[in-house]
Design a protein around this ligand. Structure first.
Ligand SMILES: Nc1ncnc2c1ncn2[C@@H]1O[C@H](COP(=O)(O)OP(=O)(O)O)[C@@H](O)[C@H]1O
Ligand SMILES: [Mg+2]
Length: 297
């Protein structure tokens, strides 16, 4: 698919290109990053095209156009209430569950509109998995948590389920910790283990994209680093979009960063998206610079 790169500057009339000619100063350290292809050279896994999202009459997002590159980690940053979670949830139609919400525009997965009339929402949620802020294991044992999705999709064979459970827990880097207690309640695990279990549960249905909404904000620093390392491993096989209010985290883990803001009508807009080190050292828009340097709260 060859979507043209969204023209981000025109989406936000108030953002003027900044006139800076040397990198900005922040205390944010960028993670070790492999050389990166530019955004428009990468395959687009998901995209929003002129996407507006409404809760009743309130427009929470205004005409967002964004490309999510395949097998990369894209971070969504911006002040509280600017619509980061709303945008994330629109990527697997979780907003459908909010009464009175509707969208205009499109969200594309592999070039196909997931809001199209012929689309099966269950299929979309299988292909675009989600991990939430608070680990939310189901009140059942560890095995059944991971097997839940595959069973829902009709897999009954014990050997097949065993294999899926093991593989998913391995991918979520928690197999060694949990392999001897698969029959224990998931609710008894530590927060970090619960979150990795939830990631394993999301992986068990073989999604292509994983959405993470502040996945580490309820975790201690060590569990947080484990989740960040895990994301780095997962991006080889998955496309990841992460919402984080922690800019150090965005800088450490993501390849690309999209900065959202609230416009004059209180709607969320996309200010700019670029390679993460660009956003944190040499953003195009003054608003982004103000935000990443902490001059804007
Ligand atoms: N379920 C909902 N019903 C009504 N308004 C909502 C709902 N969820 C979010 N909003 C509103 O949409 C805007 C964006 O919210 P959200 O996407 O949660 O922002 P962020 O994740 O960036 O903090 C806010 O004004 C919020 O109050
Ligand atoms: Mg949020």
């Amino acid at each position: 698919m060859n979507l043209s790169k969204p023209d981000i500057l025109t989406l936000s009339p108030s953002s003027s290109p900044s006139k800076r000619n040397k990198p900005i100063q922040t205390s944010i350290s960028l993670g070790e990053k492999a050389a990166q292809l530019p955004l428009d050279a990468l395959p687009v896994k998901m995209a929003a095209v002129d996407l507006s999202v409404y809760y009743g009459k309130f427009r929470a997002l205004n005409k967002i156009s964004i490309n999510i590159p395949e097998n990369r980690i894209t971070a969504l940053i911006g002040p509280s209430g600017c619509g980061k979670s709303t945008l994330l949830r629109s990527f697997n139609r979780m907003n459908d569950l909010v009464k009175g919400s509707h969208i205009t525009g499109q969200v594309l997965l592999n070039g196909k509109n997931i809001y199209g009339l012929d689309v099966d929402v269950v299929d979309i949620r299988q292909r675009v998995g989600m991990v939430f802020q608070r680990p939310n294991p189901f009140p059942m044992n560890i095995y059944d948590n991971v097997a839940y999705g595959p069973r829902l999709y009709g897999i009954r064979n014990k050997n097949v389920l065993d294999e899926i459970v093991e593989q998913s827990l391995r991918q979520a880097a928690v197999w060694k910790d949990l392999k001897d207690k698969l029959e224990q309640s998931a609710l008894a695990l530590s927060g970090g283990q619960q979150q990795r279990l939830c990631i394993a549960r999301a992986l068990a249905v073989e999604p292509a994209v994983i959405l993470m909404d502040e996945p580490a904000s309820a975790l201690d620093p060590i569990a947080t680093l484990m989740i960040e390392d895990l994301m780095e491993e997962l991006k080889e096989n998955y496309t990841i979009v992460i919402v984080t209010h922690n800019m150090q985290q965005a800088a450490r883990v993501s390849d690309f960063t999209a900065f959202l803001m609230i416009d004059e009508d209180r709607s969320g807009t996309l200010v700019e998206m670029d390679a993460t080190d660009q956003i944190f050292t040499n953003p195009k828009c003054q608003q982004t610079e103000d935000y990443v340097t902490g001059r804007f709260g």
